[in-house]
Design a protein around this ligand. Structure first.
Ligand code: PLP
Length: 398
């Protein structure tokens, strides 16, 4: 017996993958072309240039047919040598995974500890770099938006910390869940390698990932001794000069990427960021009205991409998520490793609008009731009041 049909669209409110807009789905559905033929070169060139505008860089962008984890490995493997020391910051689950990967690759990470409720502490980074008189640290690696906690680190401050310590380490930043959702400036912030993925702010399915590479990182890569072949920037960048790839690229995802870049520019990146800021604030107002805690304890680091909500003592976040999925066909993000079952995550990124957010919050509020989680009503009302209030100017202009 098949499960009964569920009407309407599934609410995919996890912090990535995000719902893929119809325009992008249609673009992806185009016939696959010869990746060595004349049309492909134009597409390749367009998406490589387009991604530079998203990273806000004039230097190199590399696109891998891989998930974000692959682009993490590429960042490390292209720049470092066995035994190199790197400084990493424990913002949460994803920072921990990146650190574990570094250790597996034969790199020696030093991990600045945190309680998973805040962003990277630039002062702690500066202190560690000042202590490193011999310049043993070859890179500082920071996750911009920690998807497990809903805390966004200040990359401009991290840059200033490295400069203040007069340290030559590369700055490598994971923007897998922030790029095209939260303001990001690869060149202006002096980032050497930015890592990104397709399935979050870029509104694509999973399957593409990126490195934006500064000239300094490219120069350093020439002396890097970690083994690499598939991930090697050299072959990619050489091939990319004419819009082609050294191996078979993910042609149809690149069609989707081309469309996504166009859509982001049609809306305007600043408007995209402002939309994410508003939806995040509406969500936080709902959470506070319910009387629940936001995992990120310092407003300076609030994420515009997701909000992790702390469950009342004795209540299981995954049980609540199961009730909401069953009753309202909505997926919320699970708590990862250290915060498993203690938090659930509301994704408010990608192709979202005011009514998607209100719908998602309504699903959470009704779910809290159905699951018997102690809370106060009024979260959705608070979110709606904020969204309407901040929409007033726009409506008057129309
Ligand atoms: N880094 C961050 C911040 C992430 O959110 C994720 C995935 O959600 C990853 C890295 C890993 O990327 P992927 O799962 O695409 O390999």
């Amino acid at each position: 017996q098949n499960a009964p049909r569920i009407a309407g669209r599934h609410f995919l409110q996890i912090p990535g993958p995000t719902p893929v807009p119809d325009r992008i789905l249609r673009a992806i559905a185009m016939p696959t072309i010869d990746h060595r033929g004349p049309d492909f070169g134009k597409l390749g060139q367009r998406v490589l240039d387009g991604m530079k505008s998203i990273f806000k860089t004039k230097s190199h962008v590399v696109i891998y047919p891989a998930s974000g984890t692959g682009a993490w490995e590429a960042a490390l493997a292209n720049t470092l040598s066995p035994g190199d020391k790197v400084l990493m910051v424990e913002t949460g689950h994803f920072a921990t995974l990146w650190k574990t990967m570094a250790a597996k690759l034969g790199i020696e990470p030093t991990f600045i500890a945190s309680d998973w409720r805040t962003g990277a502490d630039a002062a702690a980074i500066e202190a560690a770099l000042r202590d490193d008189k011999a310049h043993a640290f070859k890179a500082v690696c920071v996750v911009h938006n920690e998807t497990a906690t809903g805390c966004t680190s200040r990359i401009d401050e991290v840059r200033q910390a490295i400069d203040a310590a007069r340290h030559p380490a590369l700055l490598m930043v994971d923007t897998i869940s922030s790029l095209a959702s939260i303001d990001y400036r690869h060149d202006e912030w002096g980032v050497d390698v930015t890592v990104a993925g397709s399935q979050k702010g870029l509104m694509l399915p999973p399957g593409l990932s990126f490195n934006a590479v500064s000239d300094k990182a490219l120069a350093v890569s020439k002396a890097s001794k970690l083994p690499k072949s598939f991930w090697s920037w050299d072959d990619m960048i050489a091939s990319n000069t004419t819009g082609y790839f050294p191996f078979t690229p993910a042609t149809n995802l690149l069609y989707g990427l081309d469309e996504a870049i166009q859509m982001l520019h049609e809306e305007g990146l600043d408007n995209v960021f402002a939309r994410h800021d508003r939806h995040a604030e509406a969500t936080r107002r709902a959470v506070r009205a319910w009387g629940l805690d936001i995992l990120c304890r310092d407003p300076k680091y609030y994420s515009s991409v997701l909000t992790a909500v702390v469950m009342p003592e004795g209540h299981d976040a995954d049980a609540l998520r199961a009730v909401i999925l069953d009753a309202f066909d909505m997926s919320l993000g699970t708590g990862l490793s250290k915060v498993a079952k203690k938090v659930f995550r509301i994704g408010h990124l990608g192709d979202t609008n005011d009514l998607t957010i209100v719908g998602a919050l309504a699903g959470v509020e009704m779910g809290l009731g159905l699951a018997g989680v102690p809370h106060q009503a009024g979260g959705v009302t608070a979110a709606m009041a904020y969204l309407a209030e901040t929409k007033k100017g726009t409506a008057a202009k129309a």
